[in-house]
Design a protein around this ligand. Structure first.
Ligand code: ZN
Ligand code: ZN
Length: 251
């Protein structure tokens, strides 16, 4: 009752309208939501070229990793939709930078749909890509954690998949990937910037032999996801799948 009164006041003072078409009462109306199609094909997370089922590692990247004896930490990457279409870049921007956490629901629904359509195995745990504490304080919420919370409740009917908190932590305050234009510099920006959270000590490691779903909003070079996956694999995770709303295409 109180909540609906509060919502009534908020709606009157700050009317919400669809960011795509302007219709009232939703940040993203059902019609505009339905126009955002889920990608029908996924690519290898390493070469970002070869088309693979459920965004698995392609045979070529796999062979190269064996040859170099450096295992690839991220098993699959599912990208839900296209960054450059259907106003998506704007939706994500408003979600992140204009502090509209409510937009997390339709955006997380896209990720959930993509995961289900690609028949990714159900994970044991969900982990969101962390923000540096300084950035978290400034923004007030972690957009990836909002997506993760929705997925926890909506990937399997009647089942809540536990979300692990502070599993991977960001050690270094790095400039946002989106502000770095050059691909190599973006990769370097992320190297060794993550580590395992203190409570996931190796003696009592609940991640060991588990399947982890790693969630972020946007993949830029994918290097953030690859670095987080490395930390999870080093802690004993059996599989690391990742999923994002979209991949930011490099100019
Ligand atoms: Zn609309
Ligand atoms: Zn590949």
């Amino acid at each position: 009752m109180l909540k609906s009164f509060k919502n009534f006041i908020l709606d009157t003072l700050f009317p919400i309208s669809c960011l795509s078409c302007g219709v009232r009462d939703a940040w993203l109306c059902p019609e505009c939501f339905n126009q955002i199609g889920i990608l029908t094909m996924q690519v290898c997370p390493y070469c970002e070229k070869a088309e693979t089922p459920a965004g698995a590692i392609c045979p070529r990247c796999k062979a190269r990793a064996i040859e170099k004896n450096s295992p690839l930490a991220l098993n699959n990457l599912i990208v839900a939709t296209r960054y450059t279409r259907n106003n998506l870049a704007r939706l994500v921007h408003v979600f992140k930078y204009n502090f509209v956490p409510d937009l997390g629901v339709p955006l997380a629904r896209l990720v959930a749909q993509a995961i289900l359509e690609n028949h990714l195995p159900l994970p044991d745990f969900i982990v969101s890509v962390p923000l540096h504490p300084r950035r978290l304080r400034w923004r007030g919420f972690n957009q990836a954690a909002i997506l993760a919370a929705y997925l926890a409740e909506n990937l399997s009917p009647g089942l809540t998949i536990p979300v692990l908190d502070a599993t991977v932590i960001r050690r270094i305050f790095t400039p946002p990937q989106m502000t770095i234009k050059n691909y190599a510099a973006r990769k370097k920006n992320m190297q060794n910037s993550f580590s395992l959270g203190k409570k996931y000590s190796l003696e009592e490691n609940i991640i060991k032999n588990k399947k982890i779903l790693l969630i972020d909003d946007i993949a830029t070079t994918g290097s953030t996801l690859l670095e987080c996956a490395k930390v999870l694999k080093a802690a004993g995770a059996k599989k690391v799948f990742a999923s994002v709303i979209a991949r930011q295409e490099m100019p």
